[in-house]
Design a protein around this ligand. Structure first.
Ligand code: DOR
Ligand code: ZN
Length: 350
């Protein structure tokens, strides 16, 4: 008699999307885009370039550069976003909507990489948020306070009380994505919030707790923002995605920084995971005994929340041991993928 198989050797799911991605620009864009275009059908492209993408014209020009950088024959659609500043005009939101921009990103000023021009006080963008609510433009939130008096590890939880709750009260119809959540507080907040609130979760926040940053010495490639948290928080994120709740979906936050910039006295925040994103998520879901929930998380919940169609095609992950390259070219520099040089148990089929 054959036993029911508890560890499948392959998994075929609807083609997935990445709802939170950093592609950069120029040579860096050309270096990382093929990895994402191979793994995903669409991606929400973050606007934190230097200078940031704050106008519709900039977003459309950036979109063109992305499309031009796509490998021959790639089937990939970049979904564009605008970077909110204190000076954003409501009219710009209307123009953006007409041009197909799907969302605006709220970076509290100074919260992370290239966020200096971000919003200093949400009250300053109330008129803009009203238009977004009316026009159906989503708000994507980097959910950390920047108050230096608040411990780095508490910034997300404090953000919920100080910013998220009032924002939800003032704009109940606005669709809000709490990006790259890292705490049990955020997972619980989103699970209990109304249907207009959702969250993205990265593979690295599902796989690692903050010990990874200090394993045998300081490990810059595990440093991202919001920073990895305690094990109880990682476990809460895993439970949230393993529950199958449609409020949680895939957003890699793959954020390339040249190795020389990571392995420096001041290390930029970001984990580069685009090369093996689906493999890392499969590993996390399998460890949770929730491989059957991967498809909803990676391929259904995101488009459903954004009001976009799910893909018709599929991708297949196979159980196959392979070694991630230690580093890959990144313009004139090198880029180290998270887990570079190590073996993975799953492999996305070409
Ligand atoms: O780790 C991060 N890297 N978090 C962010 O919020 C920004 C990103 C980047 O752009 O490098
Ligand atoms: Zn990000």
């Amino acid at each position: 008699m054959s036993m029911p198989t508890t560890s499948p050797t392959s998994l075929t799911i609807t083609r997935p999307d990445d709802w939170h991605l950093h592609l950069r620009d120029g040579a860096a864009l050309g270096a990382v885009l093929p990895y994402t275009a191979r793994q995903f059908g669409r991606a929400i492209v973050m606007p934190n370039l230097k200078p940031p993408i704050t106008t519709t014209a900039q977003a459309l020009a950036y979109r063109e550069r992305i499309v031009e950088a796509l490998p021959e024959g790639a089937d990939f659609e970049p979904l564009m976003t605008l970077y909110l500043t204190d000076l954003m005009e409501p009219d710009e939101i209307r123009r953006a909507r007409e041009a197909g921009v799907v969302a605006c990103k709220l970076y509290p000023a100074g919260a992370t990489t290239n966020s200096d021009a971000g919003v200093t006080d949400v009250r300053k963008i109330h008129r803009v948020l009203e238009v977004m609510q009316r026009e159906g433009v989503l708000l994507l939130v980097h959910g950390e306070v920047t108050d230096p008096a608040v411990d780095v590890f508490d910034r997300e939880a404090v953000f919920i009380d100080r910013v998220m709750q009032p924002l939800r009260r003032d704009f109940p119809g606005l669709k809000v994505v709490f990006e790259h959540i890292t705490t049990k507080e955020a997972a619980q907040y989103v699970a209990e919030a109304g249907p207009q609130t959702a969250a993205t979760v990265t593979a690295h926040h599902l796989l690692y707790n903050r010990n990874a940053i200090f394993q045998g010495g300081l490990r810059p490639h595990y440093y991202c923002l919001p920073v990895l948290k305690r094990e109880q928080h990682r476990a809460a994120l895993v439970a949230a995605v393993a529950s199958g709740s449609a409020k949680f979906f895939l957003g890699t936050d793959s954020a390339p920084h040249a190795s020389v910039m990571k392995e420096a006295s001041v290390c930029g925040a970001g984990c580069f995971t685009a090369l093996s994103a689906m493999e890392l998520y499969a590993e996390a879901f399998e460890a949770a005994g929730a491989l059957d929930k991967l498809e909803g998380f990676a391929s259904h919940h995101g488009p459903d929340f954004y009001g976009l169609p799910r893909h018709a095609g599929t991708v297949t992950l196979r159980r196959e041991t392979w070694t991630l390259p230690d580093s890959v070219p990144f313009g004139d520099a090198q880029l180290k993928p998270l887990r570079g040089g190590e073996t993975l148990a799953w492999r996305l089929q070409p």
